[in-house]
Design a protein around this ligand. Structure first.
Ligand code: 4AD
Ligand code: MG
Length: 499
């Protein structure tokens, strides 16, 4: 009977057929141990040399990594085996041979893996991360669908900028320049005047000209928008949604998160209420003793870790030289590579700390929070932090001017903890026609492409607001993955478009 590894529990003691790929193949005398992966899990298949297996024993012995096979055998439960079940093989057929699969158990550098993204996909870490992403996307849709939001698909060809004009990608649209959407927001604002609570969910594009671990040129964003909402309503929504998303991933992916080495207790702390501080309070924190202490402590901890890693690397080099078995050498080489990568990461962080200290200490009211400033605020809190009411000058034209203090707008960024930084940006929208029009002019934007947007303020304008959650940054935070390149199937960054 054909089945999958995921279903093996239902077939203990019976004969089944699996289709999959060879992860590892270890011949040991009269036995061959093949670790099979079939897209639903991993299973150890054992081929014992005897009369019944004579015809394919040699074939099994020489199966190469990533060859595709069909195996039939009897299922037994074995707690020690990967996945908890084993297959005693009675027949085996090769479906597709793999010759010299490029991603071997030996260590590989990140540039190589990125070029092999189409194959890297099959590695367990990538497999797990993309499954968590799929669950997160499902959880996002469910959250909004179950809470009375109407899905509105917004266009990808956009006639006007939604965010900073410096990150626009322009496209030749039958001779007319248009842009790839940076956001669906302006369109969901339109839609909330018809449906009250709406959201869009799709790819967005920004010509980010710097290579950072937190920026992609193509990323996915969900953007809810609500009519008759205040800034506090929008913050409450972001808080509630974030808790629901984390809860769902914890419920469905505990083992996967453990595999990734994620600190699960840190995710379990994601409970209401989150912290809420104003931008001005954040500025005081940055200039104050808490930030300085945090960075000094960070410097001391990192320096100690570098020392420890250097010792570990020396030991692993020695093991690599003296180990007798090939798998022991490979294991040592892998660990050595991981330790070296971690060490150079730390060394870079260490060289940056003095600069970050200076930036924080000299933080001036009116400038935007930089990446390192966000990291400081984020590290000082165990739960996510909403930083609200930024200076008008550093934020988008559509944000509502605070009527109590017109130097600031009614916006927020939600910073995820553990130094992750911003994963959500949102605001109340300017509902007053005159103020919005002058904000468009202040930003140096042409009014004409925004006439339709101004119409929303001409005909029954109401207070409203919403936010955007970046899917990749959320996956990175939940999985404990540093760089966004591993959180999207085919990452797009400056200088990276293959495959
Ligand atoms: O803060 P942003 O720019 O906000 C907006 O686009 C608003 N129009 C959203 C709204 O109010 N409807 O982007 C929102 C989120 C960020 O917090 C971040 O998670 C993600 O989108 N993001 C990026 N993710 C990856 N790569 C980039 N280059 C990103 N830029 C923003
Ligand atoms: Mg933002």
């Amino acid at each position: 009977m054909d089945t999958t590894i995921l279903q093996l529990a239902d077939h203990v003691g019976k004969s089944v057929t699996l289709h999959g790929w060879v992860l590892r193949n270890t011949p040991k005398g009269k036995l061959v141990f093949v670790t099979l992966r079939d897209g639903t899990g991993y299973c150890q298949c054992i081929i014992e040399r005897n009369e019944a297996t004579e015809s394919f024993f040699d074939e099994a012995k020489h199966l190469t990594q990533e060859s595709a096979v069909e195996v039939t055998g009897t299922v037994s439960a074995d707690e020690r085996a990967v996945g908890g079940y084993e297959l005693r093989v009675s027949s085996l057929k090769t479906i597709g041979t793999a010759v010299d699969y490029p991603i071997t158990p030996k260590p590989h550098g990140i540039d190589f893996l990125m070029k092999q993204r189409h194959l890297w996909f099959r590695s367990q870490r990538q497999y797990v991360i993309l499954r968590i992403r799929a669950t997160l996307v499902d959880a996002i849709r469910r959250y909004f669908n179950d809470n009375g939001f109407v899905l509105i698909d917004t266009p990808i060809f956009a006639p006007a900028a939604g965010e900073e004009t410096s990150t626009l990608f322009s496209v030749d649209y039958f001779g007319e320049p248009v842009y790839l959407a940076q956001t669906g927001q302006l369109y969901v604002e339109t839609a909330c005047m018809a449906h009250r609570k709406v959201y869009c969910f799709g790819p967005t594009f920004r010509a980010e000209k710097s290579k950072t671990r937190r920026h992609l040129t193509e990323f996915w964003m969900v953007e809810p928008e609500i009519a008759f909402a205040t800034l506090d309503d929008v913050i409450d929504l972001a808080e509630d949604m974030t808790c629901a998303l984390v809860e769902r991933v914890l419920a469905d992916h505990r083992a996967d998160l453990e595999f990734l080495g994620r600190d699960i207790a840190a995710l379990e702390r994601i409970k209401k209420p989150f912290h809420r501080i104003s931008y001005s309070e954040a500025a005081d924190i940055l200039r104050g003793p808490q930030a300085k202490e945090l960075l000094e402590q960070g410097l001391a901890d990192k320096t100690a870790e570098v020392k420890q890693l250097t010792r570990k690397i020396e030991e692993l080099v020695e093991t690599g030289k003296t180990a007798k078995k090939k798998w022991q050498q490979e294991k040592a080489a892998q660990e050595e590579q991981a330790a070296r990568e971690r060490r150079s990461e730390l060394e870079e962080e260490i060289t940056n700390i003095p600069k970050h200290m200076q930036l924080a200490a000299e933080f001036r009211w009116g400038s935007d929070l930089g990446g390192s400033d966000e990291t400081i605020i984020s590290r000082l809190h165990e739960r996510p932090v909403f930083v609200h009411r930024y200076p008008k000058g550093v934020k988008a034209f559509y944000m509502r001017v605070d009527r109590q203090d017109d130097r600031v707008v009614e916006n927020f960024d939600m910073l995820a903890p553990e130094g992750v930084g911003e994963i959500i940006g949102g605001s109340a929208r300017e509902e007053d026609y005159d103020i919005l029009r002058s904000r468009i002019h202040e930003e140096g934007l042409p009014q004409e492409p925004y006439e339709w947007y101004l119409d929303l303020r001409r005909y029954g304008s109401v207070p409203h607001g919403g936010f955007g959650l970046g899917v990749e940054r959320t996956v990175a935070w939940i999985c404990g993955v540093k760089h966004l390149r591993e959180t999207i199937p085919f990452p797009r960054m400056m200088g990276k478009i293959y495959p």
